[in-house]
Design a protein around this ligand. Structure first.
Ligand code: DX5
Ligand code: ZN
Length: 222
């Protein structure tokens, strides 16, 4: 399966969103990563429900909504989740993980379970039949521009093994946080399929969006 790029929209130039989306469409970008934060699950606020609706109406690129919020099961309907979209819910953010993963799938979207760096992969064991993939946080969530938590590289390999050993070869692994060109190559080798591209690749200051995308694709190509 071709590796995919999901640019982190909290890193995008908010004053030039239209041209950014056009450039992403021209470069075959597969998802738009939208970080939703409630100031409680993580110490930050970023993008919101209206922003998701704006993107939904502005482009055909599917949304990759990353919910870093408490009680996601009560707030899912606030978002314009449709077919082809994917939604990641943190295992640490709800007492009802299986229920909210199922609710995402009932909307026709792909359901991903997200794990913070310190959360063991055993949190996935009881929901392997309810997920389309796993979002592995390679930084502690809340802010862009952070450095990779090194032990998360091995975690990618262990999650891939867990999925494969349980007949889930089609389940994908998304990585999120300091996905630099060099880190992306290591993450790909470890088993990642979807790469959240932020300040250290696609939105790198000294590159155009197109050049950042082309360069990242060269590092994650199989
Ligand atoms: C952090 C977010 C990431 C972040 C990525 O909580 O989930 O998507 O924006 O930004 P970089 O790539 O700069 O770490
Ligand atoms: Zn994210």
């Amino acid at each position: 399966m071709k590796n995919k790029i999901s640019p982190s929209m909290m890193c995008a130039d908010a004053l030039n969103l239209g041209s950014t989306l056009k450039e992403f469409e021209e470069n075959g970008i597969e998802y738009l990563h939208i970080d939703i934060m409630d100031g409680t699950f993580v110490p930050n606020f970023t993008l919101g429900t209206d922003y998701c609706k704006i993107l939904k109406n502005a482009t055909s690129i599917p949304l990759d909504i990353h919910l870093m919020i408490e009680k996601p099961e009560e707030r899912l309907d606030w978002f314009p989740i449709g077919e082809n979209d994917m939604v990641s819910v943190h295992a640490e953010s709800t007492k009802h993980l299986q229920k909210v993963l199922r609710a995402i799938k009932d909307k026709g979207a792909k359901a991903f379970a997200a794990l913070n760096p310190a959360t063991p992969i055993c949190f996935l064991e009881e929901v392997l039949d309810d997920i389309d993939g796993v979002l592995i946080m390679t930084v502690n969530p809340g802010f862009a521009g952070q450095k990779l938590v090194p032990q998360t590289l091995d975690k990618i390999t262990r999650v891939r093994k867990l999925l494969d050993e349980n007949g889930k070869k089609a389940s994908e692994i998304e990585v999120d946080g300091n996905v630099s060109f060099e880190n992306a190559e290591k993450m790909k080798k470890a088993g990642a399929d979807i790469f959240v591209a932020g300040t250290s690749s696609v939105f790198k200051k000294d590159l155009t969006l197109t050049n950042g995308i082309i360069k990242l694709r060269s590092f994650i190509a199989d």
